[in-house]
Write a protein that binds this ligand. Structure first.
Ligand code: PMP
Length: 453
């Protein structure tokens, strides 16, 4: 374990200025910053005291190509030197936005050939909801305006995406809940139920559809593999069954691939693993590996065709929709992923990660429920994993374990704390190597060995 590093004058000054002037997103207000990042290289980041940490969670699950990728900065500079910003409203366009849209269409599942740009994931989901409603209006079914989201789902924090988010903490904060966002309770998970074929999962959504009336439901939204809600894998057949349900009741399927997309799960997009083609697909994060603020909604041809039949202006768009610099970074990001065969690399690294998790499961009685697909994974801390006995929720052992890893210079993230669970998420940059995964595993091993609740 590293000794407590001495803080530099710079760090102390920045910490004070931070507390005085910087209100942080999704943080405890008014606290000193935990660390002030200064630089990064590959899977490592450094703070303003020069101390190095492994970024085991790709910051916010987004730095897919890792830190310090020079090519992305060069693409940004080249575009900024030409024209940093230009409007995409009122029919104006720009080359990077056009070329990125084509590239996204090439990567996306069949039929999803058109991109609507946003600045991030919440905006992508809000856009997906509005496009879905617009579609049903144009199809003369304006009553179809409600959406269904699932237990543990995280879809962002704007008021519509935030209402689709089912994690309670995000609602307590400001009582945000717009009408017509319905929560299906049973996103059952193989991890929670130990039953991959449990029938209930689909029944909860069916129940809502039948109770509310299919003629009032515009769409469902789901993360194929849930991220912030606890890294839950869909049970076998789950997504296909939901797709069938949508087809049966004429409801749009919105896949939220904000975390899942761009190689994270060992495929370009997670829906590929499950043979499902969504009607709308929300993207952000890995689209630029976090190097520029960009999101997109991929629109299926069947929706585009209807939308293109409308008359007048479709009055929806953000100033930064189709931002030339962000799109140039997006193109270079996808090119590097192709050049470096990132998707097959992730498939290889998945095996290394799974071996590491199996080793930890064999060795530690407090370690349980490991799961991982590509490089999105998690495990849980139990008092006794064999019997499923958890530590007392008040002990918040997940946060404590993450702190123990932080002291060992590994950044991880605890999930499920509000539900009394200690889920530890693992999502390192996709460029991670075998020795680097082994190093992560050995740090976790040491933290588990020395863990005291
Ligand atoms: N959807 C998912 C699945 C996410 O994980 C997130 C962010 N963690 C969002 C949407 C929201 O994205 P943003 O923070 O860029 O608005």
């Amino acid at each position: 374990m590293s000794s407590t590093p001495v803080k530099s004058k710079l760090t102390e000054q920045l910490e004070q200025l931070d507390v005085q002037h910087y209100m942080h997103p999704t943080s405890v207000p008014g606290q000193l910053p935990k660390m002030v990042f200064e630089s990064g290289d590959g899977i490592n980041v450094k703070n303003t005291d020069g101390e190095s940490y492994i970024d085991g969670i790709s910051m916010l699950w987004n730095v897919n190509l890792g830190h310090g990728q020079k090519g992305l900065g060069e693409a940004a500079k080249a575009q900024m030197d030409k024209i940093a910003f230009s409007s995409s409203f009122a029919g104006y366009s720009n080359e990077p936005a056009i070329r990125l849209a084509k590239k996204l269409a090439d990567w996306a599942p069949e039929g999803l050939n058109t991109a609507f740009y946003t600045s991030g994931g919440s905006e992508s989901n809000d856009t997906a909801f509005k496009l879905a409603r617009f579609y049903w209006q144009l199809k003369n079914q304006p009553k179809k305006s409600k959406f269904i989201s699932f237990k543990n789902g995280y879809h962002g924090v704007t008021i519509a995406a935030g209402t689709a988010t089912t994690l309670a903490g995000f609602h307590r904060f400001a009582g945000t809940h717009i009408p017509d966002m319905l929560h299906a309770t049973a996103h059952l998970t193989e991890c929670e139920k130990g039953d991959r074929n449990h029938p209930d999962f689909k029944e909860s959504a069916r129940h809502i559809i039948e109770t509310e009336g299919a003629d009032s439901i515009a769409g469902i939204i789901i993360e194929p593999i849930q991220g912030s809600g606890g890294v839950y894998m869909p049970p076998e057949g789950y997504l296909q069954a939901l797709r069938d349900l949508c087809d049966e009741f004429d409801i749009l399927f919105i896949a939220d691939e904000v975390i899942n997309g761009f190689g994270r799960t060992g495929a370009k997009f997670a829906v590929e693993h499950y043979d499902v083609i969504p009607d709308l697909m929300s993207l952000a994060k890995g689209i630029t590996s976090g190097y520029a603020q960009l999101g997109a909604v991929m629109v299926h041809d069947k929706i585009k065709e209807v939308i293109n039949s409308s008359e007048g202006v479709m009055a929806h768009g953000f100033t930064y929709s189709g931002h030339p610099m962000a799109c140039a970074v997006g193109i270079r990001n996808m090119e590097i992923m192709e050049e470096e065969n990132i998707v097959s690399h992730v498939q290889e690294m998945e095996k290394v990660m799974n071996e590491g998790l199996a080793y930890l499961e064999d060795k530690h009685t407090i370690f349980g429920l490991p799961r991982n697909k590509g490089l999105i994974g998690a495990f849980e801390i139990f008092e006794d994993s064999a019997s499923g006995k958890r530590f007392d929720a008040d002990k918040k052992v997940g946060l404590q374990f993450v702190e123990d890893c932080f002291k060992r210079n590994l950044i991880l993230r605890a999930l499920g704390t509000a539900d009394g669970k200690a889920i530890i998420a693992l999502a390192p940059p996709l460029v991670i190597t075998k020795p680097e995964i082994e190093k992560m595993i050995s740090i976790i091993d040491d933290a588990l060995t020395n863990f005291k609740a």
